[in-house]
Design a protein around this ligand. Structure first.
Ligand code: ACM
Ligand code: ZN
Length: 774
């Protein structure tokens, strides 16, 4: 044992671990979310041998469970079984203790010395987070000997409410999948699962007093395909949780210090409930469980007394299942169109004397009446409500916590009104949005663009609030609406690794946050994703390729990089790159036709392959100037894009195409020496719906001096018709061979969009890519 310590200490000091052949692996406390204070000490490390015991205080069942979790995590990482014993101390042991003094109940202290490890906290939850940090510090290395540097970590979360929301109504997820969702939360130190259980498209919770809610309301006959395409899949869809199953999930979560907050979304998003109980709607129906996405006009009738009874009855059963102090009652996106027409709703407005003013309509006031009713009922039973920020609209219920989703404005307003706020802005934390711009190569998502870096950059404390008002910002949450997440694998893909970024917003103090540093720590968390079999998005691990045509050398200069400096292997001959392909560690200079393929190789797995076909013509990589301006919005890398040997695909927004608007594409290429040419070809990309049209003409002029040009070919093209397709158009002009140094290429843009189009009479965009001169 003693000798092993020395070896480990020596290796740690000299940093030879990586090249050493023995199975030594070093723990690293730079985990995600980053602990507040990490002091690595010079003392001898702790060796995690198979004879290490886990010790917890006798008679504390939660601590016993903590010990079991730790043993399970360690077994996964090391392959070893660790014995669990009761007690308060021990050598060669990991001791779990209560009694740490801290104001924050979720704080913990993790101490590592050569004799053992101690995790101490004021609460069992704190110990659990210490265990999570320990688990993430240890590399996944079955069979290896793990050495933990001596250290003291003092840690606590920034926010008490660290949430994720899970919509199980648009799509249903099984009990096991929900448990897996909770396990994912645990890995990211999250502690609130906002469970969105009811929707227009399905009611997912058994309610004994209203059995049709699940008999009828949990099933839709089919589901719309894509983004409300008007086409349906013809496949019946359904699912719900029995009360027993919901309680099982609550218990599973509680063991992992996760509180389940149920949401019954009212008075809108109720079409599935109305399908089951049509008398609760303004029109009386009939209604169907909705088969498409969006916000239904069919909402609970606010003038109907049985609506209030319904709400009370539902909430009564919800409270029996969910011990959470918060119950979410929705309140978002409730169209008032039916209330405006409904005699019962209007009679209630009248009898209550509700008036519109410059801030609120009388129907918005009526919504507040419903929300206030639900709040009063829940408050009387010792519970508190959360509502989406629309609950501000008719005047806020007295004790409501506001979940700010339409950006941060609602949260700021609520904090000013001295209400607690949970920040979940769609501008940063809607994880149903895309995480890449390359949407053509992605599973369908709702839209938007929230890459990892933007998520990470989110600071939930609005600077416009005073320090006193900022105290009302009590939590941060990301939302997972599942219209476009039909499988749990897709939920994981949209969540991970964005949860890693979210976890640092929720846990780590802002002064310690740093995106570049976060990226360095991320691959080790990804190893755990791999070990757990999670399906995560890999965009951030991809190879980034920067292409620069180099007129001096006549080469396409390619700079390949990765976020973490992982080795990049490449090929140019069309074969798939592997670990034995050459490594690109400087600028790659491409001088002839070929396909560049590059992959980053890491122990956690390979990146996706970047692939680019490069085709040379006589004009490739030559100097080029634009004689008329390129449209600023679509300028990208400017005129050299036109001669870089890389062709745009059918999507004009990728950066491969550049745009001209109100003027023409008018460029001059310097061939560097007199060159014989006989043909010029260009491509355009058309997307008529976006006012992007084909060229109206093409002309070629040549010159010896770059000043006096002679036209050698030209052609006009007709205006596009409504029937013409979108996509790529090629235009080629051939002429008697001439020798020239300079070639001017002019493609005329559409100056007046034809009558059949909504933009008639206005200019259209012209998107051009590769000009090839031969
Ligand atoms: C919401 O996204 N409708 C709260
Ligand atoms: Zn009504």
């Amino acid at each position: 044992m003693k000798q092993t310590f020395k070896v480990a200490g020596f290796l740690a000091l000299t940093g030879l671990i990586a090249s050493c052949k023995s199975e030594q692996k070093l723990a690293d406390y730079q985990v995600i979310p980053l602990p507040q204070e990490i002091a690595v000490l010079q003392n001898n490390p702790f060796i995690l041998g198979g004879d290490v015991k886990i010790i917890y205080p006798e008679g504390n069942e939660k601590m016993h469970k903590n010990a079991l979790f730790l043993a399970e995590y360690l077994k996964k990482a090391t392959g070893k079984d660790f014995a669990i014993e009761t007690g308060t101390e021990g050598k060669n042991a990991i001791v779990l203790q209560l009694g740490l003094q801290s104001e924050n109940p979720e704080a913990y202290q993790l101490k590592v010395g050569s004799e053992g490890i101690t995790i101490a906290a004021p609460s069992e939850a704190g110990v659990f987070y210490g265990i999570q940090t320990l688990r993430k510090s240890i590399p996944v290395a079955v069979g290896a000997q793990i050495s933990l540097p001596a250290a003291e970590i003092n840690d606590y979360p920034r926010f008490g409410y660290r949430g994720v929301h899970f919509d199980v109504a648009r799509h249903f997820f099984t009990v096991d999948e929900v448990k897996s969702f909770i396990d994912m939360m645990t890995l990211h130190n999250m502690n609130r699962m906002h469970w969105h259980l009811t929707e227009d498209q399905g009611w997912r919770l058994e309610i004994k007093k209203y059995p049709k809610l699940t008999e009828i309301g949990s099933k839709r006959t089919e589901t719309v395909i894509g983004r409300n395409s008007g086409k349906y899949d013809g496949i019946p869809y359904g699912g719900f949780y029995t009360q027993e199953q919901a309680k099982e999930i609550v218990e599973y979560a509680a063991q992992r210090y996760v509180t389940v907050i149920p949401e019954i979304d009212l008075p809108g998003h109720m079409q599935a409930a109305l399908a089951a109980y049509p008398h609760l709607g303004c029109t009386g129906g009939p209604y169907e469980v909705w088969r498409e996405w969006g916000v239904s006009d069919n909402v609970l009738c606010a003038g109907n007394d049985s609506t209030l009874t319904f709400i009370d009855d539902i909430l009564t059963e919800v409270m029996e299942i969910f011990p959470s102090s918060y119950i979410h009652i929705g309140g978002d996106e409730c169209p008032k169109t039916q209330w405006e027409k409904c005699p019962k709703c209007q009679a209630r407005i009248k009898s209550l004397g509700l008036k519109s003013d410059d801030k609120h309509s009388k129907e918005e006031r009526l919504q507040s009446v419903i929300i206030n009713h639900a709040e009063k009922f829940l408050n009387e039973h010792g519970r508190q409500i959360i509502g989406w920020d629309e609950i501000l609209e008719g005047g806020l219920a007295p004790n409501a916590t506001v979940m700010s989703w339409r950006g941060e404005a609602g949260g700021i307003e609520a904090a000013k009104q001295k209400h607690d706020v949970l920040m979940t802005p769609n501008t940063y934390l809607y994880f149903d949005y895309y995480q890449t711009k390359d949407v053509d190569n992605e599973p369908l998502a709702i839209g938007g663009y929230l890459p990892l870096e933007r998520v990470y950059s989110y600071e939930p404390m609005p600077a416009s609030l005073t320090p006193e008002e900022q105290k009302y910002i009590v939590g941060v949450q990301a939302n997972h609406w599942t219209e476009y997440m039909p499988t749990f694998a897709q939920v994981q893909y949209m969540a991970l690794p964005r949860w890693a970024a979210l976890s640092e917003i929720q846990w780590t103090m802002p002064a310690k946050k740093n995106y570049q540093d976060f990226l360095k720590r991320l691959p080790r968390l990804i190893e755990l994703y791999n070990a757990e079999g999670y399906n995560y998005a890999k965009h951030v691990f991809d190879v980034t390729a920067e292409f620069n045509p180099n007129p001096v050398d006549g080469t396409l200069d390619v700079k390949l990089s990765t976020l973490d400096g992982a080795p990049i292997h490449y090929t140019l001959d069309g074969t798939e790159p592997t670990a034995s392909s050459p490594v690109c560690d400087s600028i790659l200079k491409i001088k002839e036709n070929g396909t560049l393929q590059a992959v980053a190789i890491r122990s956690a797995g390979n990146s996706r392959i970047v692939s680019e076909k490069v085709v040379f013509s006589k004009s490739s990589m030559k100097s080029i100037v634009a004689n008329q301006p390129i449209n600023k919005q679509y300028e990208f890398n400017g005129a050299p894009t036109l001669v870089d040997g890389l062709k745009g695909n059918g999507n004009y927004k990728t950066g491969r195409w550049i745009a001209f608007y109100k003027n023409d594409m008018d460029v001059t290429i310097d061939m560097q020496q007199r060159t014989e040419i006989a043909c010029v070809e260009i491509s355009t990309c058309v997307e008529k719906g976006d006012w992007v049209f084909d060229a109206r003409g093409l002309s070629i002029e040549v010159s010896e001096d770059g000043k006096n040009f002679t036209k050698v070919a030209s052609e006009d093209y007709p205006a596009m018709t409504a029937a013409d397709r979108n996509g790529i158009y090629n235009h080629k002009l051939t002429f008697a061979p001439v020798k020239a140094r300079y070639v001017k290429v002019v493609a005329l843009s559409e100056q007046s969009i034809p009558d059949w189009h909504g933009g008639m009479g206005k200019p259209g965009f012209l998107f051009v890519d590769e000009i090839t001169v031969n």
